[in-house]
Unconditional design. Sequence first.
Lengths: 283, 192
Amino acid sequence: MTSWPKNPDSAVRCRPLLGTYVVVEAGGLPEEAARAAIGEAFAEVERVQRLMSFHDPASDVSRLNTRASQGPVPVHRDTFLVLEAAARIRIGSGGVFDVSVGGPLVRAGFLPRPAGAPRPRLGACGEDIKLLSRNRVRFHRPLWVDLGGIAKGFAVDRAFDVLSGAGAAEILVNAGGDMRFRFRRPRPLFVRHPREPRQARALGLFSAGALATSAPTFSRRRGGGRWATPYHVPGARWPEDLKGSVTVFSKTCLTADALAKVAALAPGSSLPERLGARVFRLP
Amino acid sequence: MEHGPGVPLLIRIKSSTFWAIPPALAALWAPVGAVVYLSIEEALRTLFPGAGRFEERPARLSEGQALALEKSRRSRPRTTEVKRWRVWEGARPAGWVYWDQVTGKHEFITYAVGIGPDGAVRGVEILEYRESIGHEVRSPKWRSQFAGKTSRSPMKFDVDIRNISGATLSCRHVTDGVRRLLTTHDLLAEES
């Protein structure tokens, strides 16, 4: 068996980050420069992870979940940017996309209960997140924000920017299937089979952009006597049980990740089209 | 096109960033393959770029130590052999690098962990990542489950994991493995 031809001048490395395997590839740079740029790209992913982790009690997200219902909480500019993007997509999707999913995800066992955070109020949603001046955030009612996928998308975008700034001509950052890329020559990119995860198939030839997929493959679990996946439809008490997968091709990985959730939960939504994204569905 | 993501790929689209591929190729399922990222020599230099010398210092866990390890950690060591290197910067010890492998339901991973003189993790590098374990892919039984889904032409390549979008595979096994190596490191340090 041979592998798909590799680019001989590309440096590729992989580290366990963001709860998954993050692959970073940089081509068109001298060896030393590529090694340094890849190291910086991983450091950027770690920085975003520290800011936006649901698990880390020192993260911006944890500070918001414990304190933002009592008064304004200042956060890092990057966390604020991600919350702004989340608010735009929430409005554009008519509330289908909502980062206040922490409560239902904890109840279903996908996330650990945050220590010391007031219980989410029933009916609290993204609308209760107020973005104030000077990167301050306040919740009108107690709720638990989980930036999960879009924080991962943002981390991928930031790592991409680091490599682009270092002058890499061939760039790929792939965080467990959320990917951003720019290739010199179009390259085939693949998507996993939704139920046979060790099989993949070509989506097309790509030269620049981002891909993200919503799929239950590795994340199904039993909660409350039924199978569920960590995608939450606002108003539903348990995360939705999804079958098949939805992949979105967009300009940035943050947008691709958010739109993949929108397209999976609301197949009729026109938001992906309005944002110039393309949706691929596997049954 | 029963397995088609079908519709979008049947329409040929050409834009500056995306080209649809012929439906025959789009219907082909290929196994996710293995990737070698770094050799252990490259990993040593990546984890400790300033090091002058790496001294191979293998160790073997005693029965008591292996038992203590198993009790304290979910991640069970594959063997009592410990593959590790002592890192030197001139005459000064600068840390350790441990080599290890973990097996999950979907993956088989070789990795290296750099540990500083303070006992804290300096970095983790994946050396080899393998999803479809070789003997499974070669077994006709394993392959037959995809019988209806592959094209008539034989599959000529494995798909490189880095080019795949899709469900997220958790790195929990490696995370558990790193914790186990830290305990191993403490156990071996107590001894010396």
